[in-house]
Design a protein around this ligand. Structure first.
Ligand SMILES: [Zn+2]
Length: 169
């Protein structure tokens, strides 16, 4: 599988994960510097070959739009470690609106949590307190750095020095 490239902003906070082709373009346009390479790999084109970047750093904040972590079912379950946030069950997982939609609750990182089918039915159209449930972790919006260091199975060893100190932004 093709290895991906971690993109850091000027302040070294991770902003994106891109294809090696995209990274090469950024490097050739001098919009980014290469900080780390995959040592045993090369990228070949018809006319030449390049070192395969693992981590690049942007020279300007505006070169790439911030992408963050996509809010979807898989990523939400990952954030919550595949556990119902009310009872800890790992079975029949669903997505729960902590503040119900009918009460104006939004579908965003800070109002969605992982709940098993049983707790979701029990909770129904109520707040956790009204339903007598305690939420284990308040839903939060993960930063890309947090997500990459905690969950991404596609992360590369070469990225680790750039992720560890960046869990909170
Ligand atoms: Zn549950």
């Amino acid at each position: 599988m093709e290895k991906r490239v971690l993109v850091l902003n000027l302040d070294h906070s991770p902003v994106a994960v891109v294809s090696p082709q995209k990274a090469i373009v950024l490097l050739m346009l001098e919009k980014a510097n290469c900080l780390s390479v995959y040592e045993l790999l090369q990228i070949r084109t018809v006319s030449r070959s390049f070192e395969y970047p693992a981590v690049i750093c942007l020279n300007n904040y505006k070169n790439i739009p911030f992408r963050g972590v996509l809010l979807n079912r898989v990523n939400l379950f990952r954030r919550d470690r595949g556990e119902c946030q009310y009872c800890g069950s790992r079975r029949q997982l669903t997505i729960d609106h902590v503040i119900p939609r009918s009460k104006g609750g939004k579908s965003n990182w800070t109002n969605l949590t992982t709940a098993c089918h049983r707790c979701n039915v029990l909770k129904g159209d109520k707040s956790p307190e009204q339903a007598g449930l305690t939420i284990q972790t308040q839903p939060f919006k993960p930063t890309l750095a947090h997500f990459l260091s905690e969950y991404a199975e596609r992360q590369a060893e070469e990225w680790l020095p750039f992720l560890n100190s960046r869990l909170v932004q």
